[in-house]
Structures are given as structure tokens and as C-alpha cells.
Design a protein around this ligand. Structure first.
Ligand SMILES: [Zn+2]
Ligand SMILES: [Zn+2]
Length: 244
């Protein structure tokens, strides 16, 4: 099986070319995508905004819900009703810099943020067997028309390029234009999303990673996981950039 870490090494350039490349970088400073101050080139964020990325360190092993330090392993919620997905990787907390990156990606068309989030995410992907396929959470066509793009697909495309995994954004659709999960009380979120997705392709034996920008109650990814497992998926990992 193909391991899942991105290629770390850039092919070394001949020294003159490398010197020119360094000079070009020196002469064209990058601006932080959040605050427009001078940025650190490897991440397109300034030092202050980079330190505003809060890592989701103490998290449930199943749903990545942030846990208090004294608890570890699987959270009470996952023990009570185990989710359909097999694991969640959500390296950042939905706070500060990460929250700004997501909000501006979603509502201000800052598509470059998808690349930045995917590059940060890649640093946390373990060198385990790579998923066979990425499936971004689909948007309903009316919301897609309103926004013009699906932010989860934008992130999935960037992750696909880094890890060399195909993306399928056509086989699964959101057939019900559900109320926004974030606008509903927690108790209504599960029933709101039930039956929202339809998948038109068999996924027998495949290891899938569902891609999303932010995970809050987890009901949306769980409902999609239910549908994908019904289509034969063998394993489902949730790869979500941030956890609320
Ligand atoms: Zn900044
Ligand atoms: Zn959990």
C-alpha cells in the first residue's frame, strides 16, 4: 500500500538556478493572507498569525472532539453511539487564525486559503496507508449556485495534489437543501441532516477520506459516512481542517 506522507524533498536545482530562485524570493516579499503584514514564505502567514493557529492536541481518538487533558482515548459521546466513520483527523481548533482562514475561504472567495489549509493539514497526516479516494462534503446545488464554489472541494483538490489521491466530487450529491447545521440547536442537527446525501457509485472495499473545512457536531460527516459505508466503503477517515 502507498504510504501517505507527501514528498518532502524538492529536487535540487543546479546552483545558479537555485541562487536566482533565492534572489527572486528575496526581491518579492510575500504578504500574510490574514493581516497583510510581511509573511513567512513557507506558509503565507506572518509570525503573529502563524502563532494564532491553535493545535487540537487533546482530542477524542474517534471524532477529534477536543477533550480536557485528564481524559484520553474515546469521548463519552462516541462510546455511547459509535460513529460510522473509523477515525477523524482535525489538526486545528476552529479559533483565531484558522477560523479567519475558513470564514474568508467560505464567504469572501479567498480560494488561496484552501491551499494554505491543505499545506498545514499535510504536516499532520500520518505515514499510514493512504486513502484510495477523497470525497468532499457535497453542497446542495442551490447553495453551490449562491456561493459559486464548494470550499470542501477546493480543499480536497489541494490535498489531492499534495498526497496524489484522486478526488470524486461527482458521485455523491446533497439532494436536500437542509437548514444550516450551525443555525440549529445541537439536538435538531441529526434529524436535519438525515437522508440529505445520495451516492451513485459502488465503493466496495475502498478506503475513503471525507474532506471538510470545519466539524462541529459531527452529524454531517457521520450521515455521509453512513451512506458511503452502505455503498461498500471499507474504511472511512474524516479529514477535516478544523474542529469546533
Ligand atoms: Zn498576519
Ligand atoms: Zn468522540
Amino acid at each position: 500500500m502507498q504510504p501517505c506522507q507527501p514528498e518532502q524533498e524538492r529536487k535540487s536545482l543546479p546552483s545558479t538556478l537555485e541562487a536566482l530562485r533565492q534572489l527572486f524570493f528575496y526581491l518579492t516579499p510575500t504578504r500574510c493572507v490574514v493581516c497583510r503584514q510581511l509573511a513567512r514564505r513557507h506558509i503565507s502567514l506572518c509570525h503573529k498569525c502563524e502563532s494564532g493557529l491553535k493545535i487540537n492536541t487533546d482530542a477524542c481518538e474517534s471524532c477529534a472532539r477536543p477533550l480536557e487533558k485528564k481524559y484520553s482515548g474515546i469521548c463519552g459521546e462516541c462510546q455511547k453511539s459509535p460513529p460510522y466513520y473509523d477515525s477523524t483527523l482535525a489538526p486545528l481548533l476552529y479559533k483565531d487564525t484558522a477560523k479567519t482562514l475558513i470564514i474568508e475561504l467560505k464567504f469572501r472567495e479567498k480560494l488561496l486559503n484552501a491551499k494554505i489549509l491543505a499545506e498545514i493539514f499535510a504536516k499532520f497526516v500520518k505515514n499510514d496507508p493512504c486513502p484510495d479516494l477523497l470525497i468532499p462534503i457535497p453542497l446542495h446545488t442551490s447553495r453551490l449556485r449562491e456561493r459559486g464554489y464548494n470550499q470542501s472541494l477546493e480543499i480536497a483538490r489541494e490535498i489531492a495534489a499534495i498526497h496524489k489521491i484522486p478526488v470524486d466530487w461527482k458521485s455523491c450529491e446533497r439532494r436536500i437543501n437542509t437548514a444550516r447545521q450551525s443555525e440549529l440547536p445541537i439536538k435538531q442537527r441529526r434529524s436535519n441532516i438525515k437522508g440529505a446525501f445520495q451516492n451513485h457509485r459502488r465503493l466496495d472495499g475502498l478506503h475513503i477520506a471525507i474532506i471538510d473545512d470545519v466539524m462541529t457536531s459531527g452529524n454531517t460527516v457521520n450521515e455521509l459516512s453512513r451512506v458511503l459505508k452502505k455503498s461498500g466503503a471499507r474504511r472511512i477517515d474524516v479529514w477535516v481542517m478544523t474542529r469546533a
